[in-house]
Design a protein around this ligand. Sequence first.
Ligand SMILES: [Ca+2]
Ligand SMILES: [Ca+2]
Length: 250
Amino acid sequence: MKTKSILSAALLLGVCSSASAQSFEPITNRVGQSFSALALTVTQVITNYAINLPIPDNNPSGLASTKDFTSTIDRIGDVNVTMKISGNFNGDLVGYLTHSSGFSVLLNRVGRVAGNDLGYDDGGANVKFDDSASNGDIHSYRVKLGGSANAALTGSLLGSWAPDGRSADPGLVRDTDSRTAFLDSFYSLNPNGKWTLFLADLSPGGTSTLDSWGLEITVIPEPADWALMTLGGFVLLFASRNWRRSAQKA
Ligand SMILES: [Ca+2]
Ligand SMILES: [Ca+2]
């Protein structure tokens, strides 16, 4: 019995890890580290690039930061992006990420709605962009956090947010525009090679600095790994049923 309990615990650990991998959420915070359970290996690589460059004020030429990403990952399962900006007037900014055929709009004049062409005047952000972030759309972050578009922040915007996703002209964009350019645009691409984060400030007054940005890239598990995950799930079901039976008898 004791052996079975230990086995169940080990399987539970393994399958929980597998479930994380299946939903493509981060499973480790260590750069370049692989996580192994039940003989399967799921890899996530996290980078952070220090930039510390100003985003030119009211200048569509913007700031393009291009980095060469190198890893053993050959197919992307999921991409999250971290970004730290300091300054003021987040609503001035448009930002997007490109790599290979992938394209995702991270920011598009946050807070711009009918009747407010300027957007939010909060300053700074230290955020993660994640398609599945529970906070939802970064474009309307004040509404989410404070219940109103007028609920100004007292500091930088923090937390995980879904990308703005709107490809509309930044001079016309509204919250009601369709959102199509998410980070899933990079799904199944080879992540190795150049990634560019582009940021531009499109309104005079209020300036921002790009402090740093980074990538969190998770591999697509190989088919053999998926089979192992499925097997692990069945084994866990069986083991937990046995455990419950044993507990009921005790
Ligand atoms: Ca994600
Ligand atoms: Ca500006």
